[in-house]
Design a binder for this molecule. Structure first.
Ligand code: ADP
Length: 464
């Protein structure tokens, strides 16, 4: 997928584009203005030279006399002829270059000669005491052209330099002004990752971004507060339900034990007791999860032999395994040392193996294995049961999610959520592979903590 342009680059691009436009417009205006002013000066100088020459003409005994040398600049040439065309005076050798050009009094013309550009001005026929004459003046435009070419060179070097300053400056400005936004994105990422206590660093600036961060932080505070309140409510509600269920269970057991209870009453009381046990299980599991959410569930790290824990779990399940004619094998090396919370690891293995019994094949087999892989302990619980449909796999760790209520009535839909919480509280990962009617494999990877072959030791540290 094509990557969208970053805001910083967009701002730099826009800033540079606008600067380039402004610089080009300014340069063009400057160049055209200088060109027009220089042209005006050239025309004025040519006209002035012509007037000065005319002012120097006198008649002496009917003959025209050009009184003084006109103090024209080295760049100006002139040529004075009598009415009959004979030359009276001239200045500048190159003026003869224009001999072929017919006289055209009036406006200044630009002509080429001797590799230069000239401003050429011809006078009308002027009469002085009965005699008449004409003047042609040519002023070199070279100085103007040199000034303009220097200006062009200056702009050619100056424009890229200004552009470079615009790019670097624009990038720096964009970088600086977007810094608080990057902080906001980082904080939002942390919040999206589940850390509701994260806050956006407050900038000292009292600008729009300062206001935005303050507003975001206020919003996050209120979200966190209501989230904490909700978690506390779920945890309190589970806790409050414990006693009434225990009382109901005690009375039902009492009634069930009465000698005069009829068969029908006993059957009904058995149903009540089964539901009480199920409710008790839900409440206990909910308490584990809600306390975990609140960070109030202790996670006590100690180093123990996972093989022994798995052995204990297998003993607990022995009766249910034999009821279903199933077998369970534990494949773990002697002394499979793991640093984790032992009671939580017991619960994790129990939840997975109980599921393997419930959803396993009648007369099937369950395999519980663990081995070290690098610094991790990899635990595998596999069965050859009914499996999980592919569309249900992404949901099985969700709270109260059950693939199909009809598959097993005793389930709560919370067992795998607890497995997920235990794995997360140990900074581990859990994955599942399943094929309907073939079987299911749960794989858990945990940081093993203690080195292979370590002796049992206790290193207690509350976590989570
Ligand atoms: P439950 O108490 O219903 O077993 P869990 O959270 O332990 O709840 O499991 C969620 C759902 O995942 C179960 O309802 C079941 O459908 C499915 N499931 C879990 N483990 C297995 C397994 N080993 N084989 C087949 N399905 C399983």
């Amino acid at each position: 997928m094509k990557r969208a342009m970053r805001l910083r680059d967009k701002m730099t691009f826009l800033y540079t584009g606008l600067t380039l436009l402004a610089v080009l417009a300014f340069s063009a205006l400057l160049y055209l203005s200088v060109q027009a002013i220089l042209e005006q000066i050239l025309v004025k100088n040519t006209q002035l030279a012509l007037q000065q020459i005319i002012a120097q003409m006198e008649a002496d005994d009917g003959a025209l006399v050009f009184e003084n040398e006109v103090p024209v600049s080295a760049d100006t040439m002139y040529f004075i002829t009598e009415a009959n065309g004979s030359e009276l005076a001239s200045h500048g050798a190159d003026i003869t270059l224009f001999d072929a050009l017919p006289m055209a009094p009036g406006a200044v013309r630009h002509v080429q000669g001797a590799g230069k550009t000239w401003a050429l001005l011809d006078s009308d026929v002027i009469a002085v005491e009965g005699s008449s004459f004409r003047v042609r003046v040519a002023t070199s435009a070279e100085l103007n052209l040199r000034v303009l070419s220097t200006l062009r060179l200056g702009l050619l070097i100056g424009i890229p330099f200004m552009l470079l300053i615009a790019v670097v400056g624009g990038r720096l400005i964009a970088e600086r002004s977007l810094m608080p936004i990057r902080d906001i994105i980082r904080s939002a990422d942390r919040i999206a990752g589940g850390d509701l206590s994260a806050r956006v660093p407050q900038t000292a600036a009292r600008d729009e971004l300062g206001e935005l961060t303050a507003t975001l932080n206020r919003m996050l505070q209120s979200v966190e507060t209501s989230f904490i309140r909700e978690k506390r409510f779920a945890s309190d509600a589970s806790h409050e339900l414990r006693t009434p269920v225990a009382v109901m269970q005690a009375y039902a057991e009492n009634l069930r034990a009465q000698p005069d209870a009829t068969r029908q009453q006993k059957a009904e009381l058995d149903t009540i007791l089964a539901e009480c046990r199920r409710m008790n299980k839900i409440i206990t599991q909910l308490l584990t999860l809600t306390r975990g959410d609140e960070g109030r569930h202790p996670v006590l790290m100690e180093t123990f032999d996972l093989r022994e824990v798995a052995g204990g779990v297998a003993d607990t399940l022995a009766e249910r395994l034999s009821q279903r004619g199933m077998s369970l094998s534990i494949r773990m090396p002697e002394g499979t040392w793991l640093t984790a919370d032992q009671s939580l690891m017991t619960e994790l293995l129990l939840n997975l193996t109980e599921n393997a019994v419930k959803y396993g094949r009648q007369g099937g087999h369950i395999d519980v294995a663990a081995s070290r892989s690098g610094g991790d302990m990899v635990i595998r619980v596999a069965d050859d049961g009914i499996g999980i449909p592919a569309e249900a796999l992404p949901h099985i760790f969700e709270r109260f999610y059950r693939v199909d209520d009809a598959r097993d009535r005793s389930g709560t839909g919370l067992g795998l959520s607890i497995v997920d919480w235990i794995v997360n509280s140990h900074r581990g990962t859990v994955s599942v592979e399943s094929e309907p009617h073939k079987g299911t494999v749960f794989q858990i990877s945990l940081p093993a903590g203690a080195p292979e072959g370590a002796q049992a030791s206790t290193a207690q540290a509350p976590r989570g």
